[in-house]
Design a protein around this ligand. Structure first.
Ligand SMILES: [Ca+2]
Length: 430
């Protein structure tokens, strides 16, 4: 599969100018692209900030209102530069992906960059990073294969510590990330969404064999809407499998490990929803510490071999709502919203406390079928199937004919039965 990196005038100087002018225009929705944008693009190209060449070629105009369209978009495709990949203030062609990382670097801001179908491995540091600019908005990191990182070793490192920069309204979808746990890796998170980042959707990624968490998110610190983690599969993390501080929706994931809600940097659990996940672990399935705001834990299938399935440990536990959870191991720190199931063998087609091969689709007669809290059932399930008219616990909507979707395996998650709506693209950066 060809490695494709596409950028629509990602130079920060240009985009900051566009953003500022968009704000001055009143922020309304435009059905057609405003003429001044074409003029601004032409001025940018005329300034020499963007240079065409063998690896940077002009492609057809992209129709779309506001900042979504581009009259002079470029495709960046050439490989072989000795330095790390870098986009930003200077638009440069990408370097070799093998042995080097992809870095999105800009002093001020980067918007609407797509990194798609790349294989990134044997890196000396993280696989893909976006942590030296101001705000990165509208990134699309799709179907990349990232593995065997080194150094700090994260598969993706998106944003900065303590809201020093942030990734916003971006889509991280369908990537396969594994073995960020080499002996020389210092951290090795699968996907790390740093503090202050907001409005990102991280979905349908397959992540396994990580040193630090498979997916970790921090607080948005009030910058924008929560991040959404959905439809991901994660196993074999040496740390928490999913860890979040605050401002997150975690739904329809299959977690062969645990979910931990806990304080990190400025964030503590609040504005959190953990809904319709399937969690199977030798230890506790869900741990909740230092609660400071609303936490909803609903309709999860949580099977723990040796501990409580759900542990409410510390903070203002009066702010935690539990409803419709089913599992094994019991509930600690709460009194309702959890029911003991029939056991891992009776409730799933073919599950065990371990790694794939595993099939956590509900078995006929499962305690998961029809027992969810109806008020908290999401629109879709792990496969992207509609849950309308159903009421099942865990990541899957039950189907008597069996799992209609992808079988969990060490590889890319192939598409479900419907295409989920993408995050908004008609965005105006401030
Ligand atoms: Ca890290």
């Amino acid at each position: 599969m060809a490695c494709r990196l596409r950028t629509f005038l990602a130079g920060s100087v240009v985009c900051v100018g566009l953003g500022a002018l968009a704000a001055c225009s009143g922020g309304g929705f435009f059905g057609e692209r405003e003429p001044w944008r074409k003029e601004a693009e032409a001025r940018c190209i005329g300034s020499g900030a963007v240079r065409e060449g063998p690896g940077v070629v002009r492609i057809s105009a992209i129709n779309g209102p506001g900042m979504c369209g581009a009259d002079f978009p470029f495709r960046v495709s050439s490989l072989g530069v000795a330095a790390m990949l870098s986009f930003g203030d200077e638009l440069r062609p990408p370097g070799s992906v093998v042995g080097r990382r992809v870095e999105l670097a800009g002093k001020n801001a980067i918007y609407f960059v797509t990194i798609e179908n790349c294989e990134i491995h044997e890196t000396g540091d993280v696989g893909i990073s976006a942590n030296s600019g101001g705000t990165y908005e509208g990134l699309r990191i799709l179907r990349n294969h990232i593995h065997h990182t080194h150094g700090t070793g994260e598969g993706m490192y998106l944003g900065c510590n303590d809201d020093g920069c942030r990734v916003a309204n971006s889509l991280i979808e369908g990537n396969y990330i594994h073995h960020t746990n080499s002996a020389d890796v210092e951290q090795g998170d699968g996907i790390e969404i740093k503090e202050g980042s907001y409005g990102n959707t991280i979905r349908d990624n397959v992540i396994h064999d990580t040193t630090y968490p498979g997916i970790i998110t921090y607080s948005t610190v009030g910058n924008g809407p929560p991040n959404i983690l959905e439809g991901n599969v994660i196993w074999n993390s040496s740390d928490n499998t999913i860890q979040s501080a605050a401002d997150v929706i975690i739904r329809n994931n299959i977690v062969l490990g645990n979910i931990s809600l806990q304080t990190h940097q400025a964030g503590s659990p609040g504005n959190v929803q953990v809904v319709n996940n399937t969690i199977i672990n030798s230890g506790a399935g869900i741990d909740v510490r230092n609660v400071v705001g609303s936490v909803l834990i609903a309709n999860n299938a949580v099977y723990s071999q040796g501990e409580a399935a759900i542990r409410l440990i510390s903070g203002n536990l009066g702010l935690v709502t539990l409803a419709g959870n089913v599992g094994h191991g019991g509930l600690s720190g709460g009194s309702s919203g959890y029911t003991e199931g029939k056991g891992i063998a009776a409730d799933f087609v073919n599950a065990h406390y371990g790694v794939p091969s595993i099939d956590v689709f509900p078995r006929s007669g499962s305690a998961l079928i029809g027992t969810a809290s109806a008020a908290n059932v999401p629109a879709l399930d792990f496969n992207g199937s509609s849950r309308t008219g159903t009421n099942d616990v865990g990541a899957y909507r039950y189907n008597a004919a069996g799992n209609p979707g992808w079988v969990i395996s060490a590889g890319f998650k192939t598409s479900g039965t419907v295409v989920r709506p993408n995050p908004p693209t008609n965005l105006t950066a401030q």
